[in-house]
Design a protein around this ligand. Structure first.
Ligand SMILES: [Zn+2]
Length: 159
């Protein structure tokens, strides 16, 4: 393949394409790699110089350009889906914001805080839906990632 350098698959030198912080290492007795941070499993295609994510419902793979992983054209989350995701967050939040500003509660009324709370809750909940869908697509577990980051920080600081 033109423009693609050899995969840096030596021990603990290859960065993880999903979490971008972990290092890939070989799994014993398997032709696969795993990330030490997010625990995703990848299968390398050395002939075509691709790294493929295992366990994903759709084919997700990356190629190494010598410095970073990049997804081949036409793969991954398309711009249309990203635009729909942004609209899913922006439009309901804007609708709540407009109604909260247009129909303000009377000053000093007992639930005068509610429109701002509802505005924040709308933004947070819709953003969480999108984050959940995207992390599910990439088989990325935020809780496992945060645990691993905490463990790494703890080991560096106190070990
Ligand atoms: Zn990772």
């Amino acid at each position: 393949m033109q423009g693609i350098e050899t995969l840096p698959l030596t021990e603990n030198t290859c960065p993880c394409p999903v979490c971008r912080h972990g290092k890939l290492s070989s799994i014993v007795m398997m032709d696969a790699l795993s990330c030490d941070l997010c625990n995703n499993i990848f299968s390398p295609d050395l002939k075509n110089q691709f790294l493929e994510l295992e366990g994903s419902p759709t084919l997700i793979r990356w190629e190494w350009d010598g410095r970073h992983w990049r997804a081949p054209y036409g793969q991954g989350i398309s711009w249309g889906v990203k635009l729909a995701a942004a609209a899913f967050v922006i439009f309901p939040t804007a609708l709540i914001a407009i109604s909260a500003l247009r129909f303000r509660p009377l000053p000093g009324s007992p639930l005068s805080w509610f429109p701002l709370f509802w505005l924040g809750a709308t933004f947070v909940c819709h953003s969480a839906c999108i984050f959940s869908a995207f992390s599910s697509y990439y088989q990325f577990s935020p809780s496992a990632y945060l645990r691993a980051l905490g463990k790494r920080f703890w080991d560096r600081r106190f070990a």
